[in-house]
Design a protein around this ligand. Sequence first.
Ligand SMILES: Cc1cc2nc3c(=O)[nH]c(=O)nc-3n(C[C@H](O)[C@H](O)[C@H](O)COP(=O)(O)OP(=O)(O)OC[C@H]3O[C@@H](n4cnc5c(N)ncnc54)[C@H](O)[C@@H]3O)c2cc1C
Length: 470
Amino acid sequence: MTSYDVIIIGAGPAGLTAAYELMSSGKKTLLLEKKSQVGGLAETKVFGEHRYDIGPHRFFTKNKEVYDLFLKILGDDAVEVKRKTRILFKNSYFDYPLTPLNALFGLGIFESIAIVFSYFVARLKGYLKISKITNFEEWVIDKFGAKLFNNFFKNYTEKVWGIDCKDIGKDWAAQRIKGLSLSTAIKFALFPNSKKRPKTLVDMFYYPKLGAGMLWEKFEEEIKSKNINVVKNAEVINIDDADEVITLEYLSDGDIKKVSCAHVLFSNPLLDFINFYKDELPNEVIDAASKLEYRNHISVHITIDKKLFDDNWIYIHSPELKMARIADFTNFSKDMSIEGNYPLTLEYFCFEDDEIWNSDKNDIIDFAISELKQIFKEEFQVVHTDITKNPKAYPVIRTGYEENLNILREWLSKKKNLTAIGRSGMFKYNNQDHAMATGLYAVRNLLGKGNFDPWEVNVDGEYHEEIITA
Ligand SMILES: Cc1cc2nc3c(=O)[nH]c(=O)nc-3n(C[C@H](O)[C@H](O)[C@H](O)COP(=O)(O)OP(=O)(O)OC[C@H]3O[C@@H](n4cnc5c(N)ncnc54)[C@H](O)[C@@H]3O)c2cc1C
């Protein structure tokens, strides 16, 4: 059995960045990845000449160190993209982030009056202090009115999370829709160059010219060249830390292999990870874990011979469509396909026992194509299709999830040589940059280079959703 100083589970952004930070430390490191390629949820799927991300990936960060690392690794392979995104609702397109005038007038005069009226009702209730604000829905209604909530928040939020907006905490809304009331939005509409324009509203971003996953493939090249052992098609299935040394079992080519180490950094889903310890978990931890859930995600990849839109992606708020979002990757980088071909990813969110998750691949593709035709009502030829199923892609942020997560964290904190990193590993709605930062900080702690708290990364939930602005 080969022994290592550190074993990292998962070669997504968190695991690869952790390995990068370890590569000059002299620590013997093994990175185990279940899939046949690196990048995790930020991978790029390549089918011949068609390249697709599993959903649109825009790299953005306020962490200078992470940003510098992104640019250093990508070098000349970073292309600058001018962001264009819109919302589709009631057969009309709306700017994203939502602009007040567009939201008001895009739906016709009667709906506009209703929006303004419901906004003033909400403000009046706020003024009279009779608003009840206990959840996401009530928080948004208080800020924007019930009409705007129903039109531009409810459908999409419920498609993504699969739960009622009343079951999402008000704190979650407060963190993400910070400072953007309808009145501040109007101010930004009137004074678009205002210096106080929130930083989150960036409309340019860098993108790796061959897809989001290109960044992670370049990380892989770099760490392999510095003697980090990366093993793909290697699914960790068990851990034993009864002794000083930790033993891991992983599946590789149908065989079970064993390796040992002094420290494990894991970025595989937290609920899978604690399941390795199911025989020793206290009831309280089992109970808390049973109340946490992940949302699955399906990417339907369809290349067509016609350009249907020039947005990077479009949010599909229309409740009659199951699709949540659609992206055309040639609007990110022309190198994502050959001339005249347009690789699209259509996204569906679901739970593990939902019909769509368990449907046949061809049925899912046919259904997605029918929705595509319903939206665009144009003739096109389908050049290529495939799907990617992404289990446990979104940690569900149901009210009270933090308390349950804290119980798991408390148990984990007693295991001094096990460290959670990344999005699914920490059960946190993290983006790539956050995942990277958790990997960096966890390794620095391990190397005695500081006392960082990876759980503090993205604690204020910055920038994820830019829901309304000028
Ligand atoms: C649809 C979608 C759109 C997104 N858009 C953006 C965006 O615009 N910008 C942005 O910055 N971020 C975006 N993200 C988030 C980003 O993809 C994640 O934050 C990032 O990939 C998290 O990295 P990670 O390493 O923590 O986890 P992951 O990417 O989930 O990587 C974990 C890895 O662990 C592997 N693994 C799991 N179990 C095992 C096991 N038992 N043994 C071995 N390996 C295992 C997995 O195969 C995976 O490769 C998006 C995510 C989704 C799903």
